[in-house]
Design a binder for this molecule. Sequence first.
Ligand code: PLP
Length: 476
Amino acid sequence: MNQHDTPLYSALEMFYRSKPLSLHVPGHKNGLLMKNHNFFREILHIDATELTGLDDLHAPEGVIKDAEWLLADAYQAIKSFFLVNGTTVGNLAMMLATLEEGETVFIQRNCHKSILNGLELTKAKPVLLGPEYEKEWKVAGAVTLETIEEAYERYPECRAIILTYPNYYGMTYDLKAIIEFAHRHDILVLVDEAHGAHFIGGEGFPPSAVELGADVVVQSAHKTLPAMTMGSFLHINSHDVSIKKVVHYLGMLQSSSPSYPIMASLDLARKYIGTYTNEDEIYFKKAVEHFKKEVETLEFLKVLDYPNQEGDPLKLTIQSRCGYTGYELQQFFEEKGIYSEMADPNNVLFVLPLLKKGDKFPFEDIIAKLKELTIRKKESRADAHYFKKERISTLYRVQSQKEELVSIQDSVGFICAETIIPYPPGIPLLLRGEKITKQDVDGLLYLLESGARFQGGETLTEETMKVFHKLEDNDD
Ligand SMILES: Cc1ncc(COP(=O)(O)O)c(C=O)c1O
């Protein structure tokens, strides 16, 4: 077997070509009952189930086992898994398999909500690590080694550190130094690499957390590789992590009828990156550099450069030079049929295509449409931004406390009773159990005013939020 092989996808294709007669689930019968929806029907041809020859994700012995072996081979991991419920399920399984109730875990404050859900499930004791603030981008960046060292001095019992690498905007940092520090102190490093599945593509990409020696790494193949939505990878990269436990929790958390189209797309996505050549990379770099230069010629836009270390060339973050928020800018683009990945109060983020040599992408059309935009200068906004300053903090114990609604303005000093998450990017602004500061309130009002959307905080539009009735002792 080599990286050009696609055992699972090929088995599904062969199976469909053998004109099988379906007397089994799924109910669409290889797409037969969808005859009036041809567009959708095509994908159903491979929407199979655990039939002879098609293996079983939860006990792989055939084509899925081979496909996962090729995945581990591509990333040079000890063991790799296909995930059909995104990095979300990977993060949960990673935490459940490595953390016990009451164990101390360091968590990057600007983590994805799945990490916080994992915390609730494991009942581990979190120490939150505040990231650096990236001034020009007005976003949270990396957690530094200094912050981790300081946290370790206070909490030497730490069992694991959970980090996001890269961040949503493609920023990376010296993860290797952190991993070395952690391993010197017998601390596991668990990495949410949702945005970095393509990092093994070559020298022009930042190094993957797998290559840098993190113990477990979870990646959303669907975000940057050509995989279907919900398709992710989990890699075990250390003998200090129990494969058995990861299998146990993935079996518990994932459907017993995992989607074959998603799994097949993971097989193809692995082939895509596993066969990515130096020539592909040069071709990709040239195309995106050209696009970036063209965007830079548009006077109403500002293209941001990565702050320190190398960043991900697959991401492009832009700001308005005319006083518009990221959300407004995003709307201008959408009026021209250009859909971006995400907007925040200041930025719009593009996720570029991981082209292979000879691939065409309508960059010229995009530039032409951007040039059609006539954006008038707006009275400049005050240079507002939101950022939490605490470098090291913990959460309050909040079991069985009464909740109440207070106006956002009056919430300072209360303990927040809900996790409030601007989405995208899905990074919580306030956590359940976190003490609310004046800075949080200003940030929340600022985001509301800028047009941010939220998960949690259903009453925010009425300018109220849920808090706990009275303070509990800090569980520091
Ligand atoms: C940093 C990070 N981790 C995890 C996730 C969840 O990934 P998935 O959508 O694959 O479940 C996201 C999604 O945006 C993310 O940005």
